[in-house]
Write a protein that binds this ligand. Structure first.
Ligand code: G3P
Ligand code: CA
Length: 249
């Protein structure tokens, strides 16, 4: 039987709970997730907070943006009510709070949604939290940022998020992806596209000592194929459901 990859709650347990909130992260861990993926940005006053979008319109009905607001302004907003009354009162989490919540042995995938200006604060937050580098992965779509993170925080593994065709015309071959990973010094690939993933490609990643993470998988059949390929982790909006589905195999 193929081994089960790590199950990572994408934005927490975000099918049920408001994404990127402490409630969503706690729910993911209570449902048996091995880790969580969360999106991080820098506020106007230089604090790292957890939010997917640049602005607060979708999740808080506010015109504020993270980059244009202070932490105090952002903390006044409600990020739970849009998902249902039961979640009203959820606030924007700082990275520091997410790190405190991380149970021993569990993983935090930190997707950096802004530029290199976040790096020094990231280093400070991680140092203060005394987390093991093994429990952390940095993810970013930005190839230059992969190299910058590797240079400043070499003890931590940084994986490149390759978005393939869905963000435009660029649709690299397996060879181009491998060349890019090497060029930017990434520790692994995080892939949305599953068609590119086949046995020879996964073997080539392994031969280079690279990790392979896949997002966002909310269907059993796709997850089973990825288990058979031997991916390192599957990011899902439904970690509890996926844990159950893979255990029933
Ligand atoms: O980290 C993988 C995935 O979360 C990247 O896409 O838009 O969901 O942040 P997005
Ligand atoms: Ca993300």
């Amino acid at each position: 039987m193929p081994t089960t990859p790590l199950i990572i709650g994408h934005r927490g347990s975000s099918r049920e709970a408001p994404e990127n909130t402490l409630a969503s992260f706690r729910l993911a861990f209570s449902q048996g997730a091995d880790g969580i993926e969360a999106d991080f940005r820098l506020t106007r006053d230089g604090r790292i907070v957890c939010l997917h979008d640049a602005g607060l319109a979708r999740t808080a009905g506010s015109d504020l943006t993270v980059a244009g607001a202070s932490l105090a302004e952002l903390e006044r907003l409600d990020l739970g009510a849009w998902k249902g009354e039961a979640w009203r009162g959820e606030r924007i989490p700082t990275l520091a709070r997410v790190l405190v919540l991380l149970p021993p042995g569990k993983r935090l995938f930190i997707e950096v949604k802004c530029g290199a200006e976040i790096i020094e604060e990231l280093a400070l937050d991680l140092e203060r939290a005394h987390v093991s580098p093994e429990s952390i992965r940095f993810l970013t779509f930005d190839r230059h940022l992969v190299s910058s993170l590797k240079e400043r925080l070499p003890a931590y593994r940084t994986c490149w998020l390759c978005d393939y065709r869905w963000r435009g015309a660029w649709h690299p071959s397996q060879r181009e992806v491998l060349a890019t990973l090497e060029e930017i010094g990434a520790d692994g690939l995080a892939s949305r596209d599953r068609a590119i993933l086949d046995v020879p490609f996964v073997r080539q990643l392994r031969d280079r000592g690279l990790e392979l993470h896949v997002w966002t998988v909310d269907a059993a059949r796709a997850a089973e194929r990825l288990c058979a390929l031997g991916v390192d982790s599957i990011m899902t909006n439904r970690p509890g459901w996926l844990r159950g589905a893979l255990e029933r195999r």
